[in-house]
Design a protein around this ligand. Structure first.
Ligand code: SD4
Length: 336
């Protein structure tokens, strides 16, 4: 019903796509999926702009949506949306207040990719809250794609960002408690509400994406995850769609997850089907110990259809569209 309304009321702006196909509503269980399946008539277009993000981050999507609806650029929307989470010290998987590595150092990874396929990223960035802004400037102002460590930090200073201590008292306390046992074990969904991957389509139908994180808590010093790796943590192809990952970065990197999701959409899969197949690539590996870690994907295609899927329950996607900000529980693999 809701889906029907969505399609009927769709704003006739943007991509000029003509669909004679079936849109399977995403992020729902099989039965919900069936109920919500609706045939879309020729010339029906999706309502734009549209913003989706990993986890429950309504303030971030609201910021991005506000910028897009006020005529701002999609890169401004993504950057400022991500900055909301980076600045929130209560969020312990991104920016200031992020949980540190084993040595007590907070190190950030981030990347951004635009509609032309340009991209920028930073890895092992310290003492700078807004890693996403640095990634954007790497893309826009340098001949490179990726800057790491000290070089990234020095570059951040040249673009006017300030050094600050990212280790808050709360995160320091958590780290000190962890040190008592020093047992490294990924905690499923510890990232909830925090690490942010965001995809947006502007009113012209152009897609871009961004991702920012402090990575896995208590990682080895020097460890870099999937989030700043173009193709793994994030991939955008403005002809097809975009995807972004969250969770155990090592597993995402091994399957070049976000690129895989986009390529599966290129082959005709819906965003939902593509996210599901990318998760299956991980869990169906021989000797996969998927029960011990979480991975989640969200994706959007050029028609504005979205999808999300994870290994375990409680992953969710925040979606802002048609002036409505909603958090949608993701369907998941491990129902045992
Ligand atoms: C990483 N993928 O560093 C990140 C962590 C993450 O939600 O996304 N957490 O592996």
């Amino acid at each position: 019903m809701k889906r029907r309304k969505f399609i009927k009321n769709a704003t006739l702006s943007g991509v000029g796509l003509s669909l004679t196909s079936t849109i399977a509503a995403c992020n729902s269980s099989e039965s919900q999926k069936e109920k919500a399946t609706t045939t879309v008539l020729d010339n029906t277009e999706t309502s734009l702009p549209l913003v989706i993000a990993t986890w429950n981050v309504p303030n971030a999507t609201a910021k991005a949506y506000e910028i897009l609806t006020n005529g701002g650029s999609v890169l401004d929307a993504l950057e400022q949306g991500c900055m909301v989470e980076e600045a929130d010290v209560k969020n312990q998987s991104v920016g200031k207040g992020g949980l540190p590595d084993r040595e007590g150092q907070v190190t950030l990874d981030a990347c951004i990719m635009d509609k032309y396929g340009n991209c920028g990223s930073v890895v092992y960035l310290q003492n700078i809250t807004h890693a996403i802004s640095v990634a954007r400037k790497v893309m826009e102002d340098t001949p490179h794609v990726m800057l790491a460590g000290k070089g990234a930090e020095e570059f951040a200073i040249t673009i006017g960002l300030k050094r600050e201590n990212l280790l808050t008292e709360a995160s320091k306390k958590n780290w000190e408690e962890w040190k008592v046992e020093s047992e490294y074990k990924p905690i499923i969904n510890i990232e909830n509400h925090d690490t942010i991957g965001m995809l947006a389509i502007d009113k012209n139908g152009d897609i871009s994406g961004a991702c920012t994180t402090s990575g896995l808590a208590y990682k080895m010093n020097g460890r870099v995850g999937d989030s700043p790796i173009i193709g793994s943590g994030l991939f955008v192809d403005n002809e097809i769609g975009a995807a972004v990952a969250t969770g155990m970065g090592e597993e995402v990197v091994k399957t070049v997850g976000s690129f895989l999701v986009v390529e599966l959409m290129r082959q005709g899969k819906t965003p939902q089907e593509a996210c599901e197949e990318a998760i299956l690539r991980i869990v169906n590996k021989p000797n996969s110990n998927y029960k011990n870690f979480q991975v989640g994907y969200i994706a959007v295609n050029k028609a504005g259809e979205t999808g999300s899927y994870s290994i375990h329950q409680w992953f969710s996607m925040t979606k802002y569209q048609d002036n409505k900000n909603s958090n949608i529980q993701s369907d998941f693999y491990n129902k045992a």
